[in-house]
Design a protein around this ligand. Structure first.
Ligand SMILES: C[S@@+](CC[C@H](N)C(=O)[O-])C[C@H]1O[C@@H](n2cnc3c(N)ncnc32)[C@H](O)[C@@H]1O
Length: 279
Protein backbone atom coordinates (compact mmCIF):
# COMPACT_ATOMS: atom_id res chain seq x y z
CA UNK A 1 0.00 0.00 0.00
CA UNK A 2 1.41 3.42 -0.91
CA UNK A 3 1.83 6.04 1.84
CA UNK A 4 -1.20 8.36 1.33
CA UNK A 5 -3.57 5.37 1.51
CA UNK A 6 -1.80 3.84 4.54
CA UNK A 7 -2.00 7.17 6.40
CA UNK A 8 -5.70 7.53 5.56
CA UNK A 9 -6.47 3.96 6.67
CA UNK A 10 -4.76 4.60 10.01
CA UNK A 11 -6.96 7.64 10.63
CA UNK A 12 -10.29 6.22 9.41
CA UNK A 13 -12.51 5.37 12.38
CA UNK A 14 -15.43 3.36 10.96
CA UNK A 15 -15.01 -0.43 11.22
CA UNK A 16 -13.99 -2.79 8.41
CA UNK A 17 -16.05 -5.86 9.20
CA UNK A 18 -19.13 -7.68 7.96
CA UNK A 19 -21.45 -5.58 10.14
CA UNK A 20 -20.14 -2.45 8.42
CA UNK A 21 -20.57 -4.10 5.01
CA UNK A 22 -24.25 -4.78 5.84
CA UNK A 23 -24.67 -1.29 7.25
CA UNK A 24 -23.34 0.32 4.04
CA UNK A 25 -25.62 -1.80 1.88
CA UNK A 26 -28.76 -1.03 3.91
CA UNK A 27 -27.76 2.65 3.96
CA UNK A 28 -27.45 2.62 0.15
CA UNK A 29 -31.01 1.26 -0.18
CA UNK A 30 -32.37 3.81 2.29
CA UNK A 31 -30.75 6.70 0.42
CA UNK A 32 -31.91 5.52 -3.00
CA UNK A 33 -35.46 5.05 -1.68
CA UNK A 34 -35.49 8.70 -0.55
CA UNK A 35 -34.78 9.76 -4.14
CA UNK A 36 -37.61 7.71 -5.70
CA UNK A 37 -35.24 4.87 -6.58
CA UNK A 38 -32.77 7.08 -8.50
CA UNK A 39 -29.20 5.87 -7.94
CA UNK A 40 -28.07 8.78 -10.10
CA UNK A 41 -30.19 11.92 -10.22
CA UNK A 42 -31.58 12.48 -13.74
CA UNK A 43 -29.08 15.24 -14.68
CA UNK A 44 -26.74 12.54 -16.04
CA UNK A 45 -27.63 10.18 -18.89
CA UNK A 46 -25.06 7.53 -19.87
CA UNK A 47 -23.57 7.49 -23.38
CA UNK A 48 -21.71 4.50 -24.84
CA UNK A 49 -18.02 4.56 -23.87
CA UNK A 50 -18.49 6.82 -20.83
CA UNK A 51 -16.14 6.38 -17.86
CA UNK A 52 -17.64 6.72 -14.38
CA UNK A 53 -15.72 7.03 -11.11
CA UNK A 54 -16.94 6.32 -7.56
CA UNK A 55 -14.65 7.83 -4.87
CA UNK A 56 -14.62 6.07 -1.49
CA UNK A 57 -16.60 3.22 -3.03
CA UNK A 58 -16.72 0.97 0.08
CA UNK A 59 -18.58 -2.20 -0.98
CA UNK A 60 -18.97 -0.84 -4.52
CA UNK A 61 -22.75 -1.15 -4.23
CA UNK A 62 -23.38 2.14 -6.04
CA UNK A 63 -21.35 0.91 -9.05
CA UNK A 64 -22.78 -2.62 -9.00
CA UNK A 65 -26.31 -1.31 -9.07
CA UNK A 66 -25.70 1.11 -11.95
CA UNK A 67 -23.75 -1.49 -13.93
CA UNK A 68 -26.93 -3.60 -14.06
CA UNK A 69 -28.87 -0.98 -16.00
CA UNK A 70 -26.21 0.92 -18.01
CA UNK A 71 -24.83 -0.18 -21.42
CA UNK A 72 -21.89 -2.58 -21.01
CA UNK A 73 -19.66 -0.15 -22.97
CA UNK A 74 -19.81 2.21 -19.96
CA UNK A 75 -16.88 1.49 -17.65
CA UNK A 76 -16.82 2.02 -13.90
CA UNK A 77 -13.87 2.54 -11.57
CA UNK A 78 -14.24 2.43 -7.79
CA UNK A 79 -11.46 3.74 -5.57
CA UNK A 80 -11.05 3.38 -1.83
CA UNK A 81 -8.18 3.53 0.65
CA UNK A 82 -8.97 -0.09 1.59
CA UNK A 83 -9.97 -3.10 -0.52
CA UNK A 84 -11.57 -4.80 2.47
CA UNK A 85 -15.16 -4.33 1.33
CA UNK A 86 -14.55 -4.56 -2.44
CA UNK A 87 -16.92 -6.96 -4.28
CA UNK A 88 -15.46 -10.43 -4.93
CA UNK A 89 -16.81 -11.06 -8.46
CA UNK A 90 -17.61 -7.70 -10.07
CA UNK A 91 -18.78 -7.42 -13.73
CA UNK A 92 -16.05 -7.09 -16.38
CA UNK A 93 -16.80 -3.40 -17.13
CA UNK A 94 -16.03 -2.46 -13.50
CA UNK A 95 -12.71 -2.21 -11.67
CA UNK A 96 -11.78 -1.45 -8.09
CA UNK A 97 -8.46 0.11 -6.98
CA UNK A 98 -6.88 0.90 -3.66
CA UNK A 99 -6.35 4.61 -4.08
CA UNK A 100 -7.09 7.75 -2.09
CA UNK A 101 -9.05 10.53 -3.77
CA UNK A 102 -6.05 12.66 -2.77
CA UNK A 103 -3.72 10.50 -4.90
CA UNK A 104 -5.12 10.55 -8.44
CA UNK A 105 -2.96 9.86 -11.54
CA UNK A 106 -2.34 12.71 -14.00
CA UNK A 107 -3.78 10.69 -16.88
CA UNK A 108 -7.25 10.81 -15.28
CA UNK A 109 -7.49 14.52 -16.16
CA UNK A 110 -10.82 15.25 -17.96
CA UNK A 111 -11.58 11.53 -18.13
CA UNK A 112 -14.86 10.86 -16.31
CA UNK A 113 -18.35 11.71 -17.58
CA UNK A 114 -19.67 11.21 -14.05
CA UNK A 115 -17.79 11.38 -10.73
CA UNK A 116 -19.65 10.22 -7.64
CA UNK A 117 -18.60 10.52 -4.02
CA UNK A 118 -20.84 9.62 -1.07
CA UNK A 119 -20.39 9.80 2.70
CA UNK A 120 -16.75 10.81 3.07
CA UNK A 121 -17.65 13.04 6.03
CA UNK A 122 -15.53 10.83 8.33
CA UNK A 123 -12.85 10.27 5.69
CA UNK A 124 -11.82 13.79 4.72
CA UNK A 125 -10.24 16.29 7.10
CA UNK A 126 -11.36 19.93 6.76
CA UNK A 127 -8.22 20.89 4.82
CA UNK A 128 -8.78 18.01 2.37
CA UNK A 129 -12.27 19.06 1.25
CA UNK A 130 -11.16 21.91 -1.10
CA UNK A 131 -8.35 19.73 -2.52
CA UNK A 132 -10.72 16.79 -3.03
CA UNK A 133 -13.25 18.91 -4.89
CA UNK A 134 -10.47 20.46 -6.96
CA UNK A 135 -9.29 16.95 -7.92
CA UNK A 136 -12.86 15.92 -8.75
CA UNK A 137 -13.11 18.99 -10.99
CA UNK A 138 -9.81 18.13 -12.71
CA UNK A 139 -10.81 14.54 -13.53
CA UNK A 140 -14.36 15.37 -14.69
CA UNK A 141 -14.68 15.58 -18.46
CA UNK A 142 -15.74 19.03 -19.77
CA UNK A 143 -19.53 18.82 -20.00
CA UNK A 144 -19.52 15.96 -17.45
CA UNK A 145 -21.38 15.74 -14.14
CA UNK A 146 -20.63 15.13 -10.50
CA UNK A 147 -22.87 13.81 -7.75
CA UNK A 148 -21.92 14.08 -4.07
CA UNK A 149 -23.90 12.89 -1.05
CA UNK A 150 -23.34 13.86 2.59
CA UNK A 151 -25.08 13.98 5.95
CA UNK A 152 -26.39 17.14 7.60
CA UNK A 153 -27.95 17.70 11.02
CA UNK A 154 -29.72 15.14 13.20
CA UNK A 155 -33.21 16.42 14.02
CA UNK A 156 -35.14 15.24 17.07
CA UNK A 157 -35.27 16.34 20.74
CA UNK A 158 -33.07 17.26 23.74
CA UNK A 159 -31.21 13.93 24.09
CA UNK A 160 -30.30 14.09 20.40
CA UNK A 161 -29.13 17.70 20.85
CA UNK A 162 -26.75 16.54 23.65
CA UNK A 163 -25.38 13.75 21.46
CA UNK A 164 -24.98 16.15 18.54
CA UNK A 165 -23.11 18.70 20.68
CA UNK A 166 -20.61 15.98 21.61
CA UNK A 167 -20.45 14.87 17.99
CA UNK A 168 -19.70 18.40 16.77
CA UNK A 169 -17.02 18.84 19.44
CA UNK A 170 -15.40 15.53 18.38
CA UNK A 171 -15.49 16.54 14.70
CA UNK A 172 -13.81 19.87 15.33
CA UNK A 173 -11.17 18.43 17.74
CA UNK A 174 -10.22 15.80 15.15
CA UNK A 175 -10.25 18.20 12.20
CA UNK A 176 -13.37 16.95 10.37
CA UNK A 177 -16.12 19.16 8.91
CA UNK A 178 -19.45 18.40 10.63
CA UNK A 179 -21.09 21.08 8.46
CA UNK A 180 -19.54 20.05 5.13
CA UNK A 181 -23.02 20.19 3.55
CA UNK A 182 -23.17 23.93 4.22
CA UNK A 183 -19.81 24.51 2.54
CA UNK A 184 -19.89 22.24 -0.50
CA UNK A 185 -22.01 24.49 -2.79
CA UNK A 186 -19.70 27.53 -2.49
CA UNK A 187 -16.61 25.34 -2.95
CA UNK A 188 -18.15 23.87 -6.15
CA UNK A 189 -19.04 27.34 -7.41
CA UNK A 190 -15.52 28.64 -6.73
CA UNK A 191 -14.10 25.81 -8.83
CA UNK A 192 -16.25 26.76 -11.82
CA UNK A 193 -18.92 24.06 -11.64
CA UNK A 194 -22.29 25.18 -13.05
CA UNK A 195 -25.93 24.05 -12.72
CA UNK A 196 -25.28 23.30 -9.03
CA UNK A 197 -28.36 21.71 -7.55
CA UNK A 198 -28.82 20.72 -3.91
CA UNK A 199 -31.49 18.15 -3.04
CA UNK A 200 -32.06 17.73 0.68
CA UNK A 201 -34.14 14.91 2.16
CA UNK A 202 -34.71 13.59 5.69
CA UNK A 203 -33.64 10.01 6.44
CA UNK A 204 -36.23 9.12 9.07
CA UNK A 205 -35.02 7.45 12.26
CA UNK A 206 -37.16 5.71 14.89
CA UNK A 207 -40.29 3.58 15.08
CA UNK A 208 -42.57 6.54 14.35
CA UNK A 209 -41.52 6.11 10.68
CA UNK A 210 -42.19 2.35 10.48
CA UNK A 211 -39.74 -0.11 8.89
CA UNK A 212 -37.69 2.60 7.13
CA UNK A 213 -37.31 4.45 10.44
CA UNK A 214 -36.16 1.31 12.27
CA UNK A 215 -33.57 0.58 9.54
CA UNK A 216 -32.39 4.21 9.64
CA UNK A 217 -32.15 4.12 13.43
CA UNK A 218 -30.10 0.88 13.40
CA UNK A 219 -27.86 2.33 10.72
CA UNK A 220 -26.90 5.43 12.71
CA UNK A 221 -26.81 3.67 16.08
CA UNK A 222 -24.29 1.20 14.64
CA UNK A 223 -21.94 4.07 13.75
CA UNK A 224 -22.28 5.63 17.20
CA UNK A 225 -21.86 2.34 19.06
CA UNK A 226 -19.26 0.80 16.74
CA UNK A 227 -16.91 3.79 16.41
CA UNK A 228 -17.87 7.25 17.64
CA UNK A 229 -18.68 6.15 21.20
CA UNK A 230 -15.06 5.03 21.72
CA UNK A 231 -13.81 8.38 20.41
CA UNK A 232 -16.14 10.38 22.69
CA UNK A 233 -15.03 8.36 25.74
CA UNK A 234 -11.32 8.62 24.86
CA UNK A 235 -11.70 12.42 24.74
CA UNK A 236 -13.41 12.55 28.16
CA UNK A 237 -17.00 13.04 26.94
CA UNK A 238 -16.77 16.79 26.16
CA UNK A 239 -18.69 17.71 29.33
CA UNK A 240 -21.72 15.74 28.09
CA UNK A 241 -20.96 12.27 29.52
CA UNK A 242 -18.32 11.15 32.05
CA UNK A 243 -18.10 7.39 31.56
CA UNK A 244 -19.33 4.44 29.50
CA UNK A 245 -22.47 3.97 31.59
CA UNK A 246 -23.50 7.57 30.95
CA UNK A 247 -22.63 7.19 27.25
CA UNK A 248 -24.80 4.07 26.94
CA UNK A 249 -27.64 5.77 28.83
CA UNK A 250 -27.48 8.74 26.45
CA UNK A 251 -27.57 6.47 23.38
CA UNK A 252 -30.58 4.64 24.85
CA UNK A 253 -32.33 7.96 25.54
CA UNK A 254 -31.65 9.07 21.96
CA UNK A 255 -33.02 5.81 20.59
CA UNK A 256 -36.22 6.18 22.63
CA UNK A 257 -36.52 9.82 21.62
CA UNK A 258 -36.27 8.86 17.94
CA UNK A 259 -38.92 6.15 18.41
CA UNK A 260 -41.56 8.52 19.75
CA UNK A 261 -40.69 11.87 18.16
CA UNK A 262 -42.40 12.26 14.84
CA UNK A 263 -40.10 14.00 12.34
CA UNK A 264 -36.88 12.59 13.85
CA UNK A 265 -34.31 12.08 11.16
CA UNK A 266 -30.93 12.80 9.69
CA UNK A 267 -30.66 15.32 6.89
CA UNK A 268 -29.13 13.91 3.74
CA UNK A 269 -27.93 16.15 0.92
CA UNK A 270 -27.24 15.28 -2.70
CA UNK A 271 -25.27 17.81 -4.73
CA UNK A 272 -25.21 17.61 -8.49
CA UNK A 273 -23.24 19.91 -10.76
CA UNK A 274 -21.76 20.11 -14.24
CA UNK A 275 -18.28 21.06 -15.46
CA UNK A 276 -18.80 23.51 -18.35
CA UNK A 277 -17.88 22.26 -21.85
CA UNK A 278 -15.45 25.14 -22.25
CA UNK A 279 -13.89 27.20 -19.46
C1 LIG B 1 -18.94 5.59 5.00
S1 LIG B 1 -18.09 4.74 3.77
C2 LIG B 1 -19.11 5.07 2.34
C3 LIG B 1 -18.91 4.04 1.25
C4 LIG B 1 -19.71 4.31 -0.03
N1 LIG B 1 -19.37 5.60 -0.61
C5 LIG B 1 -21.19 4.23 0.21
O1 LIG B 1 -21.85 5.27 0.23
O2 LIG B 1 -21.69 3.10 0.40
C6 LIG B 1 -16.69 5.76 3.42
C7 LIG B 1 -15.64 5.06 2.56
O3 LIG B 1 -14.67 6.06 2.17
C8 LIG B 1 -13.38 5.47 2.22
N2 LIG B 1 -12.39 6.55 2.31
C9 LIG B 1 -12.03 7.26 3.40
N3 LIG B 1 -11.08 8.18 3.07
C10 LIG B 1 -10.85 8.05 1.74
C11 LIG B 1 -9.99 8.71 0.81
N4 LIG B 1 -9.16 9.68 1.18
N5 LIG B 1 -10.01 8.31 -0.49
C12 LIG B 1 -10.84 7.30 -0.90
N6 LIG B 1 -11.66 6.63 -0.05
C13 LIG B 1 -11.69 7.01 1.24
C14 LIG B 1 -13.46 4.54 3.42
O4 LIG B 1 -12.46 3.55 3.38
C15 LIG B 1 -14.88 3.97 3.30
O5 LIG B 1 -14.89 2.79 2.54
Amino acid sequence: MSRPEAAAVAEYILPRDETERDRLEVQHRLIVSLYDGDVVLPVYKPSPGDHILDCGTGTGIWILELAKSYPSSVTFTGIDISSHHFPSAPPSNTSFEVRSILNIPDEWKNKFSLVHQRLLILGLKAEHWPTTLQIIHRITKPGGCIQLGELGKVISGPATARLESMNSAWFSKHGFLRDCVERIPSMLEALGFVDIDVRKVLMPVGRWAGQKGVLGQNNFMRSYKGALKRGFLRDGGYGVIRNEAEMDALLEAVKQEWDVTEGSGVEYFTFVARKPKTE
